[in-house]
Design a protein around this ligand. Structure first.
Ligand code: BES
Ligand code: ZN
Length: 639
């Protein structure tokens, strides 16, 4: 279904934009809450949820939870506002290991509920009866606890923090992990507003992906209560929490950063360009609609580089290089405030709508803040990754299409992120920046706070970007979105972007000439990464030692470069690098670094496999479920 009106936020009383649901008289407190529409076309049906939102859906979540670090338990209540068809009778929620004690309606009367069979990777449905003596319940209150093994949550021991004294907790919701700690309908197409009251032991602070309401309240029992509100409907994967010994420092009037006190100086210095980035982003694609833009730099166990939790981006500390060379990460998470958080993929098979559009937008912010040279180099690195993936899986592999129909997987992030971005870059080149930017801005505006699908953006491009049918053909829109490989009109990266490095790579491959230390230091990080990726894979120990000596690879403070060095070293069974690889893997939980290092080790026969198994036995307990899951598969590890 397509919606004609640009503004599709309605109060509950005018929820007619969800036509199959009966608009019910709102309770007083609900009256002004915004309800986003649900898409009803087959391509918008999310197979990863048990919910049946056309029958009954959650519109608002109110959490009242206590954090218990000793027992690794989050427990309390979730009060859900429900919009249901008159004949619904029940509502289906998602769970993954939640321990549900009882369910009541808003007045405290018991409601029957049933936990269904577990489906691997998806969790289990919780079906709650809405039947009461006075008609259908409009609120359900779930009294529950999350399992200590909840896969969204990571409880860090003090040793895993910079301070070493206090425990730490963070959540990671995307894609379908939040059902392990929040009993709601966990689907990106079912947007919900939310509020939370969280209690935590002193002196820990709590942050969430919503706006803090007032100061924390001391409860007199060694605990404090923190309240947060998200009054804009968001997909539930964007509800996030972190708690630890953290401090805040402002950057600009609406930007700031949280981190452990030990990390805050370095973190603050690294993200100092953030306020300018927000301004640049607004200049490009319209107002930032979320109020504040704050970030938290988490302990290194965080499994991703970054996560675009609204008003509170979560970041790995491994992007801190001291010279802001890896802050494309911040630009990326910020860009999600439009692509992903404002306009959201309705199903995970259309993840390129979030990640591909964001990667394009990220590069435009990088260009605005750091200039064309850095932006072009990052484009060229991304393009190389697309070609690598196509080479690896084949140009006709279905997973290389941007849109993945239900039940099929993408061939990896180079497709979803980089091919997605290359598509938009191609459109920009074809129609010109001015027209392209106007189109993308109207896409964000017209679909703000709503879900979207590949079919919707395809139709939108045909009507609002292409001037006529002939131009639509020339843009190759259908090929780009629905077909594998790389369409013929792809905008190629600037061949001169890496001229200097590529000459140096050739000299190294040919005459074993290592770049001079001063040359190396004068390069951008993208240039150094390009060089490291181009080092021939068959190095002797002597050659590796010479490279390290001249370029200071093992001593670099740039983790992207350190990762490439360690990977190169391990791929050549270079024993002197093993202890450092081991300490890196013990400290850093970022799957993008951890998994490939284990893959490399596992490819190095008995030598590498023995090292991989030994290291993993030590480091596995310190990894988030996301990282554990991905490395378990590499090592064939069974719990
Ligand atoms: N939203 C993603 C992280 C994510 C994707 C989590 C899919 C779960 C499922 C985030 O915005 C992201 O893309 N992070 C990248 C940043 C990079 C591309 C700049 C990362 O973590 O490396
Ligand atoms: Zn992203």
């Amino acid at each position: 279904m397509r919606f004609a009106l640009p503004l599709l936020l309605a109060t509950v009383s005018t929820a007619a934009c969800t036509p199959t649901l009966e608009a019910q008289a709102p309770a007083a407190a609900q009256a002004e809450r915004l309800v986003a529409p649900i898409l009803t076309t087959p391509d918008a049906v999310d197979s990863a949820t048990f919910a049946r939102p056309q029958v009954a859906r959650v519109t608002h979540v109110d959490l009242d939870l206590a954090l218990d670090f000793e027992r690794k338990r989050v427990a309390g209540t979730a009060t859900l506002d429900v919009l249901a068809r008159a004949d619904a009778g029940e509502i289906v929620l998602d769970s993954n290991g939640l321990v549900i004690d009882r369910v009541t309606d808003g007045q405290g009367r018991a409601l029957a509920f049933e936990v269904g069979d577990r489906v691997e990777g998806k969790g289990e449905p919780v079906t709650v009866s809405l039947r009461t003596d006075e008609g259908q319940a409009r609120q359900v209150v779930i009294h529950y606890a999350a399992n200590p093994q909840a896969n969204a949550l990571q409880w860090l021991a003090p040793e895993q923090t910079a301070g070493g004294e206090h425990p730490f907790l963070f959540s990671q919701g995307q894609a379908i992990l939040n059902r392990s700690w929040i009993p709601t309908q966990d689907s990106p197409g079912i947007r919900q507003t939310w509020r939370a009251r969280i209690t935590a032991p002193e002196p820990l602070d709590v942050v969430m992906s919503g706006v803090a309401q007032g100061e924390p309240e001391a409860l007199g029992n060694g605990r404090r209560a923190f309240t947060f509100l998200m009054d804009k409907p968001v997909p539930p994967y964007l509800i996030a929490i972190a708690a630890g010994d953290i401090d805040f420092r402002a950057i600009g009037p609406r930007t700031g950063v949280w981190a452990e006190p030990e990390v805050l100086d370095r973190a603050h210095h690294e993200v100092a360009d953030t306020e300018d980035m927000v301004e640049a982003a607004e200049e490009l694609y319209g107002p930032y609609r979320w109020g504040r833009y704050d970030m938290i730099v988490l302990p290194p166990a965080f499994p991703y580089g970054g996560m675009e939790n609204p008003v509170m981006t979560f970041l790995t500390p491994t992007f801190i290089a001291g010279d802001r060379s890896l802050t494309g990460l911040v630009a990326h998470e910020l860009a999600h405030s439009w692509s992903g958080n404002l306009v959201t993929n309705a199903v995970w098979g259309d993840g390129w709508l979030n990640e591909g559009v964001t990667s394009y937008f990220e590069n435009r912010i990088v260009e605005a803040i750091y200039g064309e040279k850095r932006a072009r180099q990052e484009v060229a690195l991304d393009y190389m990754a697309i070609l690598d993936t196509l080479e690896e899986v084949g140009r006709d592999a279905p997973g290389t299409a941007l849109h993945h129909p239900e039940g099929t997987d993408s061939a990896g992030s180079a497709i979803v992120y980089n091919k997605g971005a290359a598509f938009l870059r191609t459109l920009e080149r074809e129609v010109g920046r001015e027209r392209f930017d106007a189109w993308l801005r109207q896409w964000f505006d017209n679909h703000a706070f709503q879900p979207a699908t590949s079919n919707m953006i395809y139709e939108d491009m045909r009507t609002n970007l292409a001037r006529n049918a002939a131009e639509a053909e020339r843009l190759m829109l259908r090929e780009w979105i629905f077909e594998p490989g790389l369409p013929a009109n792809v905008a190629k990266p600037d061949p001169a972007a890496f001229a200097a490095v590529d000459a140096a790579s050739a000299a190294y491959a040919g005459q074993a000439t290592i770049p001079a230390a001063a040359t190396w230091r004068g390069w951008t990080s993208a240039e150094r990464q390009r060089f490291l990726r181009q080092v021939p894979r068959d190095r002797t120990a002597q050659q590796l030692a010479a490279l390290d000596r001249q370029l200071g690879l093992a001593a670099t403070g740039n983790n992207e470069e350190l990762f490439l060095w360690l990977d190169l070293a391990l791929a050549n069974r270079y024993a002197p690098a093993v202890p450092q690889a081991e300490s890196f893997l013990a400290e850093v939980g970022r799957a993008k670094f951890v998994r490939p290092l284990f893959v490399t080790l596992m490819g190095e026969g008995d030598w590498g496999q023995a090292i991989a198994r030994r290291i993993y036995a030590e480091t596995r307990p310190g990894y988030h479920a996301v990282t554990r899951g991905s490395v378990d598969r590499v090592l064939g590890w069974e719990e």
